[in-house]
Design a protein around this ligand. Structure first.
Ligand code: FBP
Length: 548
């Protein structure tokens, strides 16, 4: 494939490892850990991998030469910038342990393990992908690894290739699967370690011990560039309201980070909508009020950021979606019905309140709510056109306000959805370094012989050489949640904290941003140049560190 000039220049970038990882390391054990909730239940489900200690790496003054080790790697879920560097770091890490170590990549996600689809990742292949965006080196997929038959089938190929450790790069769902797999392989003495790496542009795989998931930094920088460009256009033309939906299936971290970077007129935060028990109409009214106030000052333009997951956080909608999830999970016949029959089926089988909410929605949106769930039972919110739903309803509300004499402006809306534009961007310096170090660190965890751990780097607002490396038992992040109509142990998703500094900074400024036009235009990611332009972490990470 022909390379762009940037790709060629970027291939030469050498990610900066934390100092600790630049030589031989030894692991120092912390105290035994507990899951974040439902401890007794989770302990019972994970008898072999529950309660393990946190691990911190230190330099080892007495290194020993490691034995060659064969490792498998899987990319899973949505693409996130930096995935290739995790694999490059892992490759370099296992080669550093012993030059005869080998790396195998399972193709198109976890399904590749079950179907025995793989390639060996050799140095020439790895070198083609250093510091590039995308997951195309081995592809990704959303197959859920949860059944014993899948684990056993996977084990056949792992044994055949003499693979002693498997690295699963994924979000909360796939790291949940990694922990389940680690427990199973340990319980049958399979001799295969499983290590997870925190990936997702959504930024919702983080907690006290995992500071950030990779990809969030680059993706939010790309979206912020686009929002900035739109704001400059909107400020120049002064005639459109731009409704911009941003990816982030559940949490609003992406929307919040982009708001902090670009200072739009409005940004909705789903977690706040839920906490305040707002209805869809409340949200619409608040947007319409800002539109009216700006119109009164002669400004018939503006920007509204909408998190993709909003719909699931509106309490009435949440209850409707939860009931729909259960109903659809136990109604296989639903898929074969025609569209009108499906509507009738849903209305007939839902509780009265939820059926009323369902019927009150525009038909298109109601239908979008019943589309296929992903393999983890999640509604595919990226298919729901919330930006259009909101602008339509705002338009209607403004007409009423005109009649009431409290609005006298022009409202013309344009719609955007930013998601895929950022998921495969060339990783920022932060993500290039973070991902490479996550992969390299995973190799160190493998060398320690541990299983059921997530690769972890902390102190992320400091230059990468000062990051702290180690491993976190995945079961520590677990709680019990309802999935596909059943209670399951899963990694707790990190939602936007309304008491956290990132949200509080936004909340303190949003009224000013609503009425005054205070747009910021971040411009494109810079890979070369002064550190204050090239190496800044996200504002979210920066403000979260102020909370520590
Ligand atoms: P992950 O949680 O797997 O990282 O996916 C993130 C994401 O980009 C979400 O923001 C989005 O809702 C979803 O993937 C879309 O996935 P797909 O392209 O498979 O429909």
């Amino acid at each position: 494939m022909k390379k762009s000039a940037l790709q060629t220049a970027r291939a030469a970038y050498q990610p900066k490892l934390p100092v600790t990882l630049t030589g031989a390391v030894k692991a120092v054990e912390g105290v035994p850990t507990q899951s974040v909730a439902d401890q007794e239940e989770i302990k019972k489900l994970f008898p072999n991998t529950y309660g393990l200690p946190e691990l911190r790496f230190e330099k080892n003054p007495n290194p020993v030469v490691g034995k060659p080790i064969n490792v498998g790697v899987i990319l899973s879920g949505g693409q996130a910038p930096g995935g290739h560097n995790v694999i490059c770091g892992l490759f370099d890490g296992i080669k550093k342990i012993n030059k005869d170590s080998r790396l195998y990549g399972f193709l198109m996600g976890p399904g590749g393990l079950v179907d025995h689809d793989y390639i060996e990742l050799t140095a020439p292949i790895i070198d083609e992908y250093r510091n590039t965006g995308g997951f195309d080196i081995i592809g990704s997929g959303r197959t859920k690894l949860e059944k014993k038959e899948q684990f056993d089938k996977g084990l056949e190929i792992l044994k055949e290739l003499n693979i002693k450790a498997l690295v699963i790069i994924g979000g909360d769902d796939y790291n949940t699967n990694a922990a389940v797999l680690a427990e199973y392989y340990k319980s049958i003495d399979a001799g295969v370690q499983v290590i997870g790496c925190p990936k997702t542009i959504d930024g919702d795989l983080k907690n006290e011990v995992i500071e950030a998931s990779f990809g969030f930094d680059t993706a939010t920088k790309v979206y912020s560039e686009l929002i900035g460009n739109i704001q400059r256009d909107c400020f120049s033309a002064k005639k459109y309201w731009h409704f911009i939906k941003l990816m982030g299936r559940s949490a609003s971290h992406i929307a919040l980070e982009c708001a902090l970077q670009t200072q739009p007129n409005i940004c909705i935060i789903s977690e706040e909508v839920e906490a305040k028990n707002l209805t869809l109409q409340n949200v619409v009214n608040s947007i319409a009020n800002v539109v009216a106030q700006r119109a009164a000052a002669g400004n018939n333009f503006g920007t509204v950021l909408i998190p993709e997951g909003l719909i699931e956080f509106i309490p009435a909608m949440k209850s409707l979606i939860a009931e729909l999830n259960d109903l659809l999970a136990k109604s296989p016949e639903f898929a074969s019905l025609s569209a009108p029959e499906q509507r009738e089926f849903v209305i007939k089988n839902l509780s009265t309140d939820n059926a009323a909410v369902y019927q009150s929605l525009p038909e298109g949106v109601a239908r979008q709510l019943t589309l296929d769930r992903d393999p983890h039972g999640n509604v595919q919110v990226s298919l729901i056109e919330t930006e259009k739903l909101l602008s339509e309803m705002v338009g209607r509300r403004l007409k009423e306000m005109k009649k009431e004499g409290c609005y006298n402006g022009k409202f013309s809306a344009l719609h955007h959805f930013f998601g895929y534009e950022g998921r495969c961007a060339a990783p920022s310096n932060f993500d290039a370094d973070y991902c490479y170090a996550l992969g390299y660190n995973a190799a160190c965890l493998i060398n320690e012989g541990v299983t059921g751990y997530m690769s972890s780097l902390r102190n992320l607002t400091k230059p990468s050489v000062q990051w702290l490396a180690g491993g976190i038992p995945i079961t520590m992040m677990f709680n019990m949640e309802r999935r596909h109509g059943e209670m399951k142990p899963v990694i707790q998703k990190a939602l936007v904290r309304l008491d956290g500094t990132p949200f509080r900074r936004f909340a303190a400024k949003r009224d000013e941003w609503a009425l005054n036009t205070s747009y910021v235009f971040p411009g494109p990611i810079q890979y070369f140049g002064p550190s204050e332009v090239c190496d800044q972490p996200t504002k979210t990470l920066h403000y979260e560190h102020l909370d520590k």
